[in-house]
Design a binder for this molecule. Structure first.
Ligand SMILES: C[S@@+](CC[C@H](N)C(=O)[O-])C[C@H]1O[C@@H](n2cnc3c(N)ncnc32)[C@H](O)[C@@H]1O
Length: 327
């Protein structure tokens, strides 16, 4: 099914996103206050107004700068809100408390905007693996890849949680959970449906938005706080204490120290993360065999195993862990 995406604002970012969406199976409906800029992109239908761009779209991505411009494009004559009812609007502008409040009051979705750091992703050992030592995507680029995957409805996993999460919470009274790199929210929603209050964080705005939409449809949105943030930023900190911390299929090694700190005594850490099959495959996205368990040996290991790919579309083996922090 072809999905229509409305892109409002064709600056550097908006134009880049529109071009990349065009290379996927998306139809683009584009609007910019300078019509010739939108036309020059040549990515799809150039709309006459924000409302016109939004009217027949399935999703709206807005990349406008300045709160006044955003207000006019949303609330002004032939503004996006004339036609955006019930649609998902992904707002990419910097956070603005007053504007966010206005957007929320009018029943639309405003995601808080966390700045993304353009850090380079590198494998740790170019000497060991020279062919893999190439320019890897910047945070912005990889975030856009994830946005595109979630727009294409990839990586949703049918909203079925990965092992060993169901096992980890069996018989446990629901409390406060943190889902790191939550993606489109399958684990956050699974937990919320079982009474947990979940803080779910991911770098992909589209993933977080999708999670909030599904949570809304399933009646659990009041139990999920979605946040867009770069978890790999050196400034990233986990706020507060949690009864459960989840990390599914995301590896950023400095995060483990934060996770250990952010769990309350007797709290549970539950994870499933890919491992490499051969040492020369070692990359910063893959664990060494035995590495995950070794990081929590001073905690009670409730469950630990390394197995083949645990989910149908996964290629790599997986390390699973449930570990309880000492009381
Ligand atoms: C393989 S998906 C896993 C999603 C989810 N945990 C699940 O199991 O369905 C990896 C996720 O990590 C997120 N991610 C990658 N780099 C990130 C970063 N630096 N900060 C926050 N999220 C990031 C991606 O957006 C994506 O949603």
């Amino acid at each position: 099914m072809t999905r229509v995406v409305a892109v409002l604002g064709t600056g550097k970012m908006g134009g880049g996103i529109a071009r990349r969406l065009k290379t996927g199976a998306f139809q683009i409906s584009i609007w910019d206050r300078t019509r010739s800029k939108a036309e020059a992109l040549d990515v799809g239908r150039v709309a006459g107004s924000p409302a016109d761009a939004v009217r027949n779209s399935d999703l709206v991505i807005s990349m406008l700068t300045g709160p006044e411009a955003v207000r006019e494009v949303y609330f002004g004559p032939a503004g996006a809100f004339e036609a955006a009812g019930g649609k998902t609007v992904v707002e990419m502008r910097p956070k603005d408390r007053h504007l966010d409040g206005d957007l929320a009051r009018r029943g639309q979705v405003a995601l808080s905007n966390a700045r993304m750091i353009g850090s380079r992703h590198r494998c740790p050992s170019p000497a060991r693996s020279p062919r893999r030592w190439r320019r890897l995507p910047t945070m912005k680029e990889s975030r856009m890849d994830w946005d595109e995957r979630f727009l294409r409805s990839d990586e949703l996993h049918g909203y079925v949680p990965s092992p060993p999460l169901p096992q980890a919470i069996e018989g446990i009274a629901p409390g406060r959970a943190l889902d790191l790199a939550c993606g489109a929210g399958r684990h956050a929603i699974f937990l919320a449906e079982r009474g947990w209050k979940v803080h779910a964080i991911d770098g992909s705005r589209v993933g977080v938005q999708r999670m909030l939409d599904v949570a809304h449809k399933r009646g659990v949105s009041s139990r999920i706080l979605g946040e867009v943030a770069d978890i790999e930023s050196p400034r990233f900190r986990i706020e507060g204490e949690h009864d459960l911390v989840c990390d599914f299929y995301f590896l950023h090694r400095p995060l483990f120290a934060e996770i250990r700190r952010a769990l309350r005594p007797s709290g549970l850490f539950v994870a499933a993360i890919h491992i490499h099959a051969a040492p020369d495959e070692g990359c910063r996205f893959l664990l060494d065999p035995g590495e995950l368990r070794a990081l929590f040996l001073d905690w009670e290991i409730v469950h630990s195993r390394e197995c083949d790919a645990a989910e149908p579309d996964h290629r790599h083996g997986t390390a699973e862990l449930i570990a309880r922090k000492p009381p």
